[in-house]
Design a protein around this ligand. Sequence first.
Ligand SMILES: Nc1ncnc2c1ncn2[C@@H]1O[C@H](COP(=O)(O)OP(=O)(O)OP(=O)(O)O)[C@@H](O)[C@H]1O
Ligand SMILES: [Mg+2]
Length: 247
Amino acid sequence: MASLEAVRLSKRYGDRVAVDDLSFVAEQGDILGLLGPNGAGKTTTIRLLTTILRPTSGSFRVAGMDGDDPAGIRRRIGVLPESSGYPNRQTGAEYLRYSARLFGRDRAGAAQIADRLLADVGLSDRAGSRISTYSRGMRQRLGIARALVNDPAVVFLDEPTLGLDPAGQLEVLTTIRQIALHRGATVVLSTHTLTEVEQLCNSLLILHHGRVRAAGTVEDVIATAGRRIGSTRLSDAFLSLTNEERP
Ligand SMILES: Nc1ncnc2c1ncn2[C@@H]1O[C@H](COP(=O)(O)OP(=O)(O)OP(=O)(O)O)[C@@H](O)[C@H]1O
Ligand SMILES: [Mg+2]
């Protein structure tokens, strides 16, 4: 069974259509890249699938749970939202322990999970520092650790490498790869960094004005668009698929 499935999913805000008739499938262990220009509908798609927003129409399933069971879905997913606040006065370890407790872990279990996740995202040495002293990259990695406290089957990461330096990006990408590989989780990753998609994702969804412009493996998308425009670069494929003059 697919670990993620959207069927004709749409979200409107008044006259504005943020997500338009979106259908796609992702399998367990997939790393799905969600691409599209600013305003394409990536964050709205993630909010729909994580049950923060209700769709205007259409249906979806996440980790075996139907979209009309938000509580069931939330138990099985992890989310790094587009912009998330952190309790600055807490330490990274306190924050993760607290998050694990919210998912029903006892004190000892929560401490164990926090320690393991801090090590997984390379923050063990700063576990006892207040979050207010963390750099942006450290916060992003803490946010990814937070998304993993409930051992989720599907992880949604909305621009996880935004604003990170090259070393920070690499660390986050390595962490994401491990999530898919070692945990067998499905990862949905929204990003504007095409090289990230080429390095990491085995499948790809390009949105434009809320609609799917291309879907499939990275190779397929490049080959299909590339044949038309005579290029083998993802950046050319992306631009040709999201160019207003060449729809
Ligand atoms: N709460 C809202 N009310 C009204 N319109 C909204 C709301 N949230 C998003 N939209 C609109 O929905 C469309 C899709 O927005 P969304 O945030 O999903 O794009 P995105 O692909 O995540 O963009 P970015 O790359 O800038 O993060 C945009 O036209 C946006 O203005
Ligand atoms: Mg967004």
